[in-house]
Ligand binder design. Structure first.
Ligand SMILES: *[C@@H]1O[C@H](CO)[C@@H](O)[C@H](O)[C@H]1NC(C)=O
Ligand SMILES: *[C@@H]1O[C@H](CO)[C@@H](O)[C@H](O)[C@H]1NC(C)=O
Ligand SMILES: *[C@@H]1O[C@H](CO)[C@@H](O)[C@H](O)[C@H]1NC(C)=O
Ligand SMILES: *[C@@H]1O[C@H](CO)[C@@H](O)[C@H](O)[C@H]1NC(C)=O
Length: 348
């Protein structure tokens, strides 16, 4: 075991201890007030190695996931050696606390190539959400230093059915650090739950981060490969009661354009960019109402202290706001995803 692995194991184990504390201080009749959860975190650690050349416990990532029992209650660290793992992977909802750790995002890659119009086993079109190379339904999923790819070719503008997801995250409390996501249309399906992405690289062309997650993207590079027109984030908040939204903090936007930076996939879409650098790739007007009349009044699009040659173009529509500190504040820290209870201070 390398020294770094040793420290990592200590960390995974300690990450959940704080949550247990305080459960004995429960007020009668209240089991859900902040910091007083009845929920008890996982105990113990299981280490599984995956190596494509056969020097690990398994040769495929899915085989490693399959070996984790249902209703898993241990931290499971799956170390994945360098290699291209050409397989479709599903982490089912019944298997929480799994970590995928690669040997570096440039060398450990999980990839597949489904498109929305491809036929599934039942002869029906897969549709976007089922194209994910890796789909995670479990809570408390973590990935570090690994890449997720969908290698289907990029569509030309106007082509239908070429949505091709690299990673779909539908589980609550997921943490991604040092990861990369490669695709074209609909690369990262940030579907549902609270998520934190740190130091990640996300590449695509159209709506390449989309869904109804409640997520913070911190210090990430958002890289467009759009040829004639593209868009970064399409957020699907459907009602004012939902707490979902995408908060980008200290990110950088690079690549080719012109790009919309946000689109109102849901009527009450929320997208905020703070302290973010925009290269000269932003389309005039910057934001898009998804052609739904009235979305431009109900969507919440904001920028706070953004900069770079593309930043000015974001301020030219009346329904995207230049936020002041008070308005931006909820979108600046991990509290946006209730991170105090599930993300360690050293991680965010
Ligand atoms: C505990 O809290 C959960 C979530 O708020 C709630 O669904 C459940 O009914 C509560 N249980 C008790 C015994 O109060
Ligand atoms: C991930 O990669 C970064 C940069 O190469 C490195 O500093 C870090 O220690 C790695 N993390 C893990 C958990 O291996
Ligand atoms: C902002 O992002 C850059 C580049 O990813 C990183 O080097 C820097 O540490 C980040 N700053 C903060 C305050 O997170
Ligand atoms: C909102 O969209 C409608 C319909 O597309 C348009 O007529 C109106 O000018 C837009 N309002 C703003 C403030 O952009």
């Amino acid at each position: 075991m390398r020294i770094s692995e040793f420290f990592f194991i200590i960390f995974v184990t300690s990450n959940f201890l704080c949550v247990v504390k305080g459960s004995s201080h429960n007020h009668a009749g209240s089991n859900s007030s902040r910091g007083r959860h009845h929920w008890v975190g996982p105990t113990g650690l299981r280490l599984i190695t995956v190596d494509i050349n056969g020097f690990g416990d398994f040769r495929s990532v899915q085989a490693a996931v399959d070996s984790v029992p249902e209703s898993n209650r241990k931290n499971v660290l799956i170390l994945i050696s360098a290699g291209r793992y050409i397989e479709k992977v599903v982490v089912p909802a019944s298997k929480p606390y799994i970590t995928f750790e690669g040997a570096g995002r440039d060398v450990t890659v999980i990839e597949w190539h489904d498109r929305a119009s491809d036929k599934g086993p039942d002869g029906q079109q897969l549709r976007t959400y089922h194209t994910a190379s890796v789909a995670v339904f479990a809570p408390f999923f973590t990935a570090r230093n690994i890449s997720f790819k969908n290698t289907a070719p990029a569509p030309q503008p106007g082509m239908q059915g070429w949505q091709a997801v690299a990673l779909r995250i539908s589980g609550d409390k997921a943490f991604f650090s040092g990861c990369a996501f490669y695709g074209a249309q609909d690369t990262l399906c940030d579907d549902a739950g609270r998520h934190f992405f740190k130091d990640c690289y996300i590449e695509g062309s159209i709506d390449f981060i989309f869904g109804n997650g409640r997520s913070m993207y911190k210090s990430c590079e958002l890289h467009s490969i759009a040829t004639r027109f593209g868009s970064i984030a399409a957020q699907d908040r459907k009602s004012p009661d939902e707490k979902t939204g995408f908060a980008f903090v200290n990110c950088s936007v690079t690549g080719s354009g012109p790009l919309y930076v946000g689109r109102a996939m849901g009527k009450y879409s929320r997208i905020v960019f703070s302290y973010t650098y925009f290269d000269d790739v932003v389309a005039h007007g910057g934001w898009d109402d998804w052609d739904h009349q009235g979305n431009n009044k109900t969507a919440f699009f904001g920028v706070y202290k953004c900069y770079g040659p593309g930043a000015a173009a974001l301020r030219r529509v009346s329904w995207a706001q230049e936020l002041d500190f008070d308005a931006a504040h909820p979108f600046l820290a991990k509290s946006f995803v209730n991170g105090r209870h599930w993300i360690s201070p050293s991680d965010a």
